[in-house]
Ligand binder design. Sequence first.
Ligand code: MN
Length: 253
Amino acid sequence: MDTDPISDLAAALAGGGVRIVDLTQPLSEGTPVLQLPPPFANTPGLTRELISEYDDKGPAWAWYTLTVGEHVGTHFDAPIHWITGRDGEDVASVPPERLIGPAAVIDKSAESAADPDYLLTLADIKAFEAEHGALPAGGWLLLRTGWDARAHDQDEFLNGGRTPGPDVEAARYLAEEAQIVGVGVETVGTDAGAAHSFDPPFPVHNFLLGAGKYGLTQLANLAQLPPTGALIVVAPLKLVRGTGSPSRVFALT
Ligand code: MN
């Protein structure tokens, strides 16, 4: 009899009983990037410069220099990204135990299709918890909006700044009361497009990162996850002084 959980997991992966879902968007020069209005500075997207490519500078190898903002594509927000979390963890300081955990998936794709300004409310979260149990301790709330289907196109993805996300009350609950370690979304940021006008502005960033929790953005394939029961693996670069990092994110279902 085999009672080793790692062997059991390996067997389940090999046998198809556990499936891996890639929650990561492809990262390329075409990846949509957040656009802030003036006077704010914007992040560059991904560009790459040739070092050598099987040529005189490197006859048998190809490699490139990347230029990429920390907050581009599917990426992780560390507490120090926001002023409320400035004394908190950088990306390299995040304990790995907090990067692997259970996920709850709230599906607001129908609502977001009907209204791109859709705001997730505390009542929505309470209704989910009444049906599925409390948001998971040490885990993640993932907000499904169907926005991943737009990620091939910058304009469609940014939608003129009209994108769904949590409202102020929901953000406060997720930061201060829910036992989760982070919030993940399919949109360009964890806050709604209209969140610049909220009080406080950008409440998910303000409350969540201020509470030492984390954000995940530009996720894909949340439609393939159950409301509860998936385990997610978040793998940002171990970037010293990093405020964020492009990340590979997997779910085991
Ligand atoms: Mn970010």
